[in-house]
Design a binder for this molecule. Structure first.
Ligand SMILES: [Zn+2]
Length: 105
């Protein structure tokens, strides 16, 4: 496993994860559950981290991160009707519960 980068927040981490998986790169979000509920952990220790399984994927994965940083997360998010989590624009299913996201017209 290799740590690829640190995301600013959880939706961003999952959006990045989604892109990596789409490119066929096996990746995980660590620190996922460090945010919220643990009031006495400093915020800087709770940023979600993206790790990739294969170090050989790193050059490609870093390219995806660079691309991601060039097009930062849109403030438009879709709230999941099922669990209430906010999902980045472009998600079709909720990252949290896996239900399809319905969009308001
Ligand atoms: Zn949900």
């Amino acid at each position: 496993m290799l740590r690829l980068c640190t995301a600013a927040n959880l939706p961003e981490a999952h959006l990045l994860l989604h892109r990596l998986m789409h490119a066929g790169i096996e990746a995980r979000v660590l620190n996922e559950h460090a945010q919220g509920g643990l009031g006495d952990i400093p915020f800087t220790h709770a940023y979600p981290e993206i790790w990739i399984m294969e170090a050989a994927d790193a050059p490609r994965a870093r390219e995806i991160v660079r691309e991601f940083e060039r097009a930062p997360l849109s403030p438009d998010t879709a709230q999941c009707q099922a669990c209430g989590e906010f999902n980045p624009q472009g998600f079709e299913i909720c990252w949290s519960c896996g239900k399809p996201l319905s969009r308001e017209p």
